[in-house]
Structures are given as C-alpha cells and as structure tokens.
Ligand binder design. Structure first.
Ligand SMILES: [Ca+2]
Ligand SMILES: [Ca+2]
Length: 423
C-alpha cells in the first residue's frame, strides 16, 4: 500500500524527575519521509525549535536550557500564555496531531490546542485540565485527528494555557504532525481473453513490469500511472481502452490519478477466429420472435433473418425478451435460465429459446380452467409447494396480471376477470 506517511517530531530528552532540569537543542526530525516535496516537511525541517517556526509567543519559553521541555507556558505574560506555529501548507487527505503535555503542581486553568480553519478563525481541537496532564514524570500523551476544516494551504496550530494564576505552568514536550496523502483506487482488467496482463511503468526505475489482471491498487492523489496493453494476448488483438466512460485507441495510457479510476483493455479475436457466429433467438410461439438482441449497452442489432443475427466472436450482447406477446407471457429460457434479460459473449453459434406461457395458465397445461384457480391458491399460499409441483413455471410471471413483476393478492381480481370477464 502506498501510504505516504510523514512524521515531524519535536523531541526532547525527558528527565527522570522534574528536579533534574537538563536540556539541549530540540531536534526536529522527519521520519519515514516518502515524498519530500510535501510542503509541510519543509516548513519544519531541521534545526531547533525557533522563533522563526513558532513566531508568535506570549509567556512561553522555547528551548530554555533551564527548563525540561520544548516549550514551557508560564504566567510571565499574565493569565494567558500562547504559542502559535507559522503557516503550514496542509494539503493532505488526513492528519493526526500527537503531543505530550505535563503540568507542574499548582497549575491552574486549562491547556488548549487550536487549529486555524480556512477562513482564518481559530477552532478548538482539545482542552486539558492540570489533573489530566499529571506530571513531568508521567506526562499526558494525546493524539487528535485534525478535522477536514484544518486541512488547507494556510493551516496553523496554536497551544494555549488559559487561566494561569502565577503558580505552576505547563510543559509541552513532543509535538508531531502525522499526515496521510489522499488515495484513489485504480482497477484494471482486460475484456475478451479469459486471462491476461498489462505492462506497467515503474515510476521509480523507469522499467516495465508485467502485471496480471485484474488488479486493484490504491495510489496517492495525483500519482502518475502509465500502462501499456500488450498488442496480443493469446489469439486476441488489442482494440481499445475504456477509462470509465471514455474510449482511448492508443495502447499507451498515461494517467494522473485524481479520482477512483477503472480501466479496461478490450481485445478482439485475431482474424483466424473472427469468423461470424450465428446467434438465433426463438420462442415457442408462432410468428415474430418477441426477443430483442442488442450490443451490450448499445443499439438493437440488425437481423439476418427472423431471429437470426450474424456476429463477430468476442462481441458482448444482451438478449431481452418482451414480457407479453399477445395473450402469452415470458416464463423462462428453455435452457433453464430464469432471468429475463441475459448478457452473453459470443464465441460460437448459439441458439436461445424463450418459453412463453398463456397468461394466467398457472398449471401450464395450455388452457385456462378451474385447475388454474387451484394452482393460483397454491402459488399464493405456498410458493415453495408451487415450485415443487411446477418446477418449470414462474408463477410471478404467469400469474402477474397487473404487471408489477410479482404474483400477489392484487392479482386475484384481475385473475377472476380473466376467467369470467369483468363484472
Ligand atoms: Ca391451465
Ligand atoms: Ca402482480
């Protein structure tokens, strides 16, 4: 997983007890920086904590050799002490602030962590009491995800001690901001051959690697991805790409991923296999075939005779029966497929036979009689019993007289009318 992780840390050796006031430069380290171009990394990179990086301070001692913390908030400046960062470009998917806090005995008031929203207003992220911050020997370690409102190009953080009364003070120890790049998933596949692969350009080394499809992978926002579809896979020839709804004819695909993306390389059979296949659709009814054939997602296909279609192998087609043909209703396909509309990929000559049944003929004997009333009662009261008795009949179609797709009690009145005529 390409999880871009940047950790900026401000660290200081913590003394064993508060009495031992050791100190030294406060190092700011960047750990595991995958992409150094992230602006936040530059904003805090290197050196000791400084007035340049934390330019706004009131009542705060930074890196004071006499104090055992990166920043100590005292009552020097009055009841409030605050420390504000410089502007941080935080154009990332998410960010988590980690900080460690301690309060000296006798500290009053509270400690607040604020972020600046995109309109420049300060918003509170966290508020801590001296009881929560415990002591320097046992400091309080907290982590807070930044809300989306905090993630913008002029982000800033502020730490504040509020309500100081001259005793005690707050110590801010470690501060680090962990950021995660936004990610998008790319899925890639081939259509035509049963299996396949794609060439991918390694953005680091500039080498091509063969990647089996289908594959799905998360990429950071803006990642450049280059794919090359092989000219041939087995006896299939490259024809075009689809990128979502778009069509691309070139075998090279160079994309900058700024959204979830699905790409498919479409292949046609090579000429030797490209002979026309004959697809025939029929029904058990005399006359015109009440079935439409069209290219998958496309227009109806021209026939080459009643119910006959000449198609290239590899083509994907949809076969859609009309629900009603005169007094007859579509029941199921003769090969046992119950779904009315079916999508198939043409490989060889094939024949599809739609079975129609007289509307209301729930026992399937070809006539409307009193036996159909018994079958109707069975179908309504015990659908599983009906299915066991008439496994080839779909009651929800044959008995669906109001056309809502289901056999329900609402179909009983129209059923009665079918037998005896409207009242
Ligand atoms: Ca019947
Ligand atoms: Ca119905």
């Amino acid at each position: 997983m390409l999880r871009a992780l940047f950790i900026l840390s401000l660290s200081l050796t913590l003394p064993a007890t508060a009495q031992v006031a050791t100190s030294g430069p406060v190092d700011i380290d960047r750990i595991d920086a995958v992409a150094p171009e992230v602006p936040f990394a530059e904003a805090f990179q290197g050196g000791t904590i400084s007035r340049r990086k934390w330019p706004h301070q009131v009542g705060v001692h930074l890196s004071d050799p006499l104090l055992p913390a990166a920043a100590t908030f005292t009552a020097d400046g009055g009841a409030r002490a605050s420390l504000r960062s410089r502007t941080i470009p935080l154009n990332v998917g998410s960010a988590v602030l980690h900080y460690t806090l301690a309060a000296e005995p006798g500290t009053a008031g509270s400690f607040q962590v604020d972020y600046r929203d995109a309109r420049g207003r300060w918003q509170r992220l966290a508020r801590r009491t001296p009881q929560q911050a415990v002591s320097l020997a046992d400091p309080f370690v907290d982590q807070k995800p930044l809300p989306l409102a905090a993630l913008h190009s002029e982000a800033a953080l502020r730490f504040r001690a509020v309500g100081l009364d001259g005793f005690g003070g707050w110590h801010l120890l470690d501060v680090r901001l962990e950021t995660f790049a936004e990610q998008h998933v790319l899925t890639a596949d081939v259509a035509g051959p049963d299996w396949g692969w794609l060439h991918r350009l390694d953005p680091e080394g500039g080498d091509w690697t063969e990647t089996p499809v289908p594959f799905a992978e998360a990429f950071p926002f803006g990642q450049q991805v280059t794919l090359l579809a092989p000219a041939e896979i087995d006896r299939w020839q490259f024809n075009h790409w689809t990128i979502g709804e778009q069509i691309e004819a070139a075998r090279y695909l160079d994309m900058q991923l700024d959204a979830a993306t699905a790409v498919v390389a479409h292949y046609w059979p090579t000429l030797a296999d490209a002979a026309l296949a004959e697809i025939r659709v029929e029904s058990n009814l005399a006359g015109a075939v009440p079935v439409q054939v069209r290219l998958a997602g496309g227009p109806p296909l021209p026939t080459s005779g009643p119910g006959r279609y000449a198609l290239r192998a590899g083509e994907r087609i949809e076969i859609v029966p009309r629900r009603l043909a005169g007094r007859y209703v579509f029941n199921a396909w003769a090969d046992g497929v119950e779904e009315a509309a079916r999508t198939v990929q043409v490989r060889l000559d094939r024949r599809f036979r739609a079975r129609y049944v007289l509307l209301g003929d729930l026992n399937g004997d070809g006539a409307l009689t009193g036996l159909d009333v018994d079958a109707l009662i069975l179908a309504l009261a015990d659908p599983e019993g009906y299915h066991a008795r008439f496994p080839d009949l779909v009651a929800d179609r044959i008995g669906d007289l109001d056309g809502d797709g289901l056999l329900t009690e609402a179909d009983v009145d129209p059923f009665v009318s079918l037998f005896f005529g409207p009242e």
